[in-house]
Design a protein around this ligand. Structure first.
Ligand code: NAD
Length: 329
C-alpha cells in the first residue's frame, strides 16, 4: 500500500511531538511538508524530519497535497487550518482544545463532516497505556460500579504570562480550556457522557487575564462523580487519575515509569500493571494513520470534541455564575 503523505501545520512544542511520532512510523507515512508562520522553525524541523518547509499553510496544502495533516497551531487558528483542509478533503488530526469556543468547534466539525473528510481530535490521553488499562478494568467489571473519579494536573507553567497561552483572544481562556480539557476527555473515556457540571476558577498570577487554576465537579449520565482539578501555579508537578469503584480502586500516576496500579476488595496489596506500549503520541499518530488508510472511524471523533467543548462551555458559565450547577443532558 502507498505511504500516507502527511504534513504538519504549526511546528512548535506539540508540532515536534507529532513530527517525532510520524518519523517513528516510516513504513506507514512520509512527511511531505511542515508549515509554520515562523519559517526558520519549519525549516529546522524539515532539516531533521524531511519534507518541504513553508511559512503559509495554504500554500503548503496546495503544493505538497498531503493526504493527512496535523493541526498544531494555537487554538485561534484551528478553525482556519481545519476548514482549509476540509475543502481539500484532507484528513485532519487537530490538537486540543478543538477551538476557542463551542461555536467555533461546531463550525470546524461541520466543515469536515460536509466534505466527508476524516477528523480526529488529538486527545492524546486516550492512547496513554494506563488509561487504556483503566478502561479495561472498568469494562471487565473488576472495580465494580465506578462511583468517583479524581484527576489532577498541577504544575508551574513557565509559559503562563509570557505567551499566547494566557492571551484570551488566542487561547479562548486559561487552564480550564487548555489543560482541564484533557481531564474532561479522560473522565468521558472512563465514565461516559457528562450530565452536569459545577465549576470554580481563580487567577493567582498578577499580570494575566485568564484563570490559572480551575476545579470542576462533574456527574456522568450513569451517576459517576468526577472531581477534576488543574493548576498552572503550583510548584510540585502532579499528574494523577484515581478511579474508585464499589469493588476496588485504580491509580494512574503519570510521574511513574510503570502503568496503572489497582487494589480490589480483599486484596492485601496493590497489583502493578506494566507500561508495555509506546508513548501516547506515537499510538495516537499510528491510530490516525490506520484510520486514514482504512477509512475506519477514529477512536476520538469530531463529536467527542464537541461533547468536551459543551462541558467546557458549561463550566465557564457555571464559574461565572459563582459555581451554579449547569445541566447538559
Ligand atoms: N496534546 C497535548 O498534550 C498538547 C500539549 C501542548 C500543546 N497542545 C496544543 O497544541 C497547540 C499548539 O501548542 P504548542 O505548545 O505547540 O504551541 P507553540 O507556541 O509551541 O507552537 C505553535 C506554533 O504554531 C506556529 N503558528 C502560529 N501561527 C501560525 C500560522 N498562521 N500558520 C502556521 N503556524 C503558525 C507558531 O509559530 C509556533 O511555532 C495548541 O492547541 C495547544 O493547546 C497540546
Amino acid at each position: 500500500m502507498a505511504k500516507i503523505r502527511v504534513a504538519v501545520v504549526g511546528a512548535g512544542g506539540i508540532g515536534g511531538a507529532h513530527l517525532k511520532a510520524y518519523s517513528e512510523l516510516p513504513n506507514v507515512c512520509e512527511l511531505v511538508g511542515v508549515a509554520d508562520v515562523n519559517l526558520p522553525t519549519a525549516q529546522a524541523r524539515v532539516a531533521q524530519a524531511g519534507g518541504q518547509a513553508f511559512a503559509d499553510f495554504v500554500e503548503m496544502l496546495d503544493t505538497v497535497k498531503p493526504d493527512a495533516v496535523s493541526v498544531c497551531t494555537p487554538p485561534n487558528l484551528h478553525g482556519a487550518v481545519v476548514e482549509a483542509a476540509a475543502t481539500r478533503k484532507i484528513a485532519v488530526l487537530c490538537e486540543k482544545p478543538p477551538a476557542r469556543t463551542l461555536a467555533e468547534a461546531e463550525a470546524l466539525v461541520n466543515a469536515m463532516t460536509q466534505q466527508g473528510a476524516l477528523l480526529q481530535f488529538a486527545f492524546c490521553h486516550r492512547f496513554h497505556r494506563s488509561i487504556t488499562q483503566a478502561q479495561a478494568l472498568i469494562k471487565d467489571g473488576k472495580l465494580g460500579k465506578v462511583v468517583q473519579i479524581y484527576n489532577r494536573f498541577g504544575f508551574r507553567f513557565s509559559r503562563a504570562g509570557n505567551s499566547w497561552f494566557t492571551e484570551p483572544e488566542v487561547a479562548g481562556g486559561g487552564i480550564l480550556i487548555d489543560t482541564l480539557v484533557h481531564s474532561i476527555d479522560i473522565f468521558r473515556a472512563l465514565a461516559g457522557e457528562v450530565a452536569g457540571v459545577t465549576a470554580s476558577i481563580s487567577t493567582a498570577l498578577p499580570t494575566i487575564q485568564v484563570e490559572d487554576s480551575a476545579s470542576i465537579l462533574v456527574t456522568s449520565e450513569n451517576g459517576t462523580i468526577g472531581a477534576l482539578t488543574c493548576s498552572w501555579v503550583t510548584p510540585v508537578s502532579e499528574a494523577e487519575v484515581r478511579v474508585y469503584g464499589t469493588e476496588g480502586e485504580a491509580v494512574i500516576d503519570y510521574g511513574q515509569p510503570d502503568g496503572l496500579r489497582y487494589r480490589l476488595a480483599g486484596d492485601e496489596s496493590w497489583t502493578q500493571l506494566p507500561f508495555d506500549q509506546p508513548d501516547r503520541f506515537h499510538l495516537q499518530a499510528q491510530h490516525f494513520l490506520a484510520c486514514v488508510a482504512t477509512g475506519a472511524t477514529p477512536a476520538v471523533t469530531g463529536q467527542d470534541g464537541l461533547a468536551v467543548m459543551r462541558v467546557i462551555d458549561a463550566a465557564y458559565r457555571s464559574a461565572h455564575a459563582n459555581g451554579q450547577p449547569v445541566r447538559l443532558a
